[in-house]
Design a protein around this ligand. Structure first.
Ligand code: AMP
Length: 126
């Protein structure tokens, strides 16, 4: 089944410059910005500039150049935020929610980078 992309989602509006964002880093293919409702001292979202709904959509249809850029940007932001374990930081967590069970609110692929405090176990039971 084809992926339906809703171009009225909030991150599409950010990419079109229709609403502001707190940019941390920008590349040819990605934008990284602070989450508006941070859940940790460091909480940055990395999004591709292309119209991809979620990770599996991106993995299927993005070009190799986009995938490399996205992957490197996530790593670069972790380093920029000073989170790199063994590199002056105490670590981080990457999360990419998809669909209903993933409780994805914004239907444009994004990776959450979280850090700056102990984050606890990965999931709560139930
Ligand atoms: P998710 O549940 O993975 O789709 O999370 C969406 C995230 O986007 C949440 O953490 C929100 O706080 C964040 N968010 C929503 N609107 C904005 C915005 N305008 N700027 C920055 N972050 C936003």
């Amino acid at each position: 089944m084809a992926y339906d992309y809703d171009d009225q989602n909030v991150f599409a509006k950010i990419l079109r410059g229709e609403i502001p964002n707190d940019t941390v880093m920008e590349t040819d293919h990605c934008l990284a910005f602070n989450d508006i409702g941070p859940q940790a001292p460091a909480h940055v979202l990395v999004i591709p500039k292309g119209a991809y709904v979620n990770y599996d959509h991106f993995a299927l249809e993005a070009s190799a150049e986009e995938i490399v850029d996205f992957t490197r940007t996530v790593g670069e932001v972790c380093r920029m935020l000073g989170l790199r374990p063994g590199g002056g930081g105490d670590g981080y967590r990457l999360i990419s929610n998809a669909g209903q069970d993933g409780v994805q609110e914004v239907p444009h692929l994004h990776v959450h980078i979280l850090g700056g405090r102990p984050l606890g176990r990965m999931l709560q039971k139930g």
